[in-house]
Design a protein around this ligand. Structure first.
Ligand SMILES: [Zn+2]
Ligand SMILES: [Zn+2]
Length: 447
């Protein structure tokens, strides 16, 4: 296990740089809020984040980054590259771009009224997970770090990733973080450390601007799946002449619940199994031939997945067979458990301390559920942290959970995210192994 490197600031000039960075972040905060509102009012679904991506690329070019790569991750991913005044380590900061098929009901002046195609239907679109805030905060961090280029020894990648929430219906192959990695996001140059952020709304444990992170591996690993139930359709008035895939599907949906409640050791494995989509049939008096369910299995004990997948398949096939139908499971995308690197956590404690508001808290907390940032964390030493964004006490707004129509972000916390990205960058560039060598001996594209 790597040793702790202790507090990051060791000289007056470093303290001065950290203070200047925070000052720049504070001054840019109103712009970050404006960007967030603009993105919020114009949300785009996974793999369709064209406007958002263009806005990000335009911003990265306008602040004079050395390189802005576009068209990544299925077409909408963006990577900006900032090279400091001297060579050094490479770090990457990541935000996600996509919104969700949810109708917004926050009543905010910049609430979304957007609809967009999703598969073969039109759906309302909303930033109901805070990815608008992540993108705006990273745009702000890029601008601040761009202003500090003279003080930066190393390279910073700003990675804006599409499709964190999963791809659109019919999408083939990898998506999101996995696709960005497959395309080489982590190879030119390879980062020595990587950071990602998520806001936490609804009823978070802290107050607005508090930072949480966990140390080591934690949270869920997730396997997505689709269940196809093949029955035999017919007239709804004569169900005995059909094999009704909807009734059998309903039995399967309930039967699956016993995998967690009766067959999982919940002391060892905090698992969940949820179905988010159950489709079949087009008319009240026609029993359809097929029903399809989609869902995800999430486990905190990653090596339990093979056995849980076996149980899920057996339950689907058994219940379908008992009703005369054929049930099968198609296994889909896998996200591994997030690993927060122990050494980065020890560096970050000081960075976070300088990022929070006066009186704000930095909390080593239970793991965040899951974000596909976990894919990066299996390739590069990484740290994923969260910022609480509940309303102020007494503020008269409904603050729904993530992925609901009333999800709310307290924008006063966004500056904390900008500061955190910036302070983490400065501290990591300074503290990572190899950076104490003279510039002549440092490999610019380390690793
Ligand atoms: Zn989400
Ligand atoms: Zn999210």
């Amino acid at each position: 296990m790597p040793e702790s490197r202790g507090p990051s600031i060791t000289s007056p000039s470093e303290a001065d740089l950290a203070a200047r960075a925070n000052d720049l972040a504070d001054r840019i905060a109103p712009k970050v809020i404006q960007w967030r509102r603009e993105i919020h009012a114009n949300p785009e679904l996974a793999c369709h984040e064209h406007q958002t991506s263009a806005m990000v690329a335009e911003h990265l070019r306008s602040i004079g980054l050395d390189e802005v790569r576009t068209g990544l991750g299925g077409g909408t991913g963006v990577i900006g590259v900032l090279r400091g005044s001297e060579p050094g380590p490479v770090i990457a900061l990541r935000a996600d771009l996509d919104a969700l098929p949810i109708r917004e009901e926050t009543g905010l002046p910049f609430a979304s009224t957007v609809t967009a195609p999703w598969g073969d239907i039109d759906v309302p679109v909303m930033h109901a997970c805070g990815h608008d805030a992540h993108t705006a905060m990273l745009m702000g961090a890029a601008e601040v770090l761009g202003c500090l280029r003279e003080d930066i020894k190393g390279t910073i990648l700003f990675i804006f990733q599409p499709a964190e929430e999963g791809p659109p219906p019919g999408w083939q192959g990898p998506h999101g973080a996995k696709l960005m990695i497959a395309e080489g996001a982590l190879s030119n140059p390879k980062p020595d450390a990587m950071f990602g952020i998520h806001v936490v709304g609804g009823r978070p444990p802290g107050t607005a601007g508090d930072i949480h992170y966990h140390v080591g591996a934690g949270g869920y690993a997730m396997r997505q799946f689709k269940i196809i139930i093949e029955g035999k359709g017919g007239h709804a008035s004569m169900p005995w002449r059909t094999v009704d895939p909807l009734v059998i599907g309903a039995q399967i949906l309930l039967g699956l619940q016993t995998i967690i409640s009766r067959r999982t050791d919940v002391y060892q494995n905090q698992a969940t199994l949820s179905i988010g989509s159950f489709r079949g049939g087009d008319k009240f008096n026609v029993i359809p031939d097929f029903a399809v369910m989609e869902g995800a299995l999430r486990v905190t004990q990653a090596d339990s997945l093979p056995e849980m997948e076996r149980l899920l398949s057996a339950t689907v096939e058994g219940i379908a067979g008992s009703g005369g139908a054929i049930g099968r499971v198609v296994w889909g995308h896998y996200d591994p458990q997030l690993i927060n690197d122990v050494e980065l956590c020890s560096i970050a404690a000081a960075s976070f301390g300088r990022a929070v508001n006066a009186g704000g808290k930095v909390i080593v907390a239970p793991p965040f559920a899951l974000d596909d940032f976990s894919q990066f964390s299996h390739h590069v030493p990484s740290l994923f942290f969260t910022i609480d964004v509940p309303p102020e006490p007494g503020q008269n707004v409904i603050s729904g959970d993530h992925h609901t129509s009333t999800f709310f972000v307290n924008e006063s916390a966004l500056v904390v995210g900008v500061r955190a990205f910036v302070q983490l960058s400065l501290d990591t560039l300074k503290n990572l192994p190899g950076t104490k060598e003279s510039p002549d001996t440092v490999d610019h594209g380390a690793g």
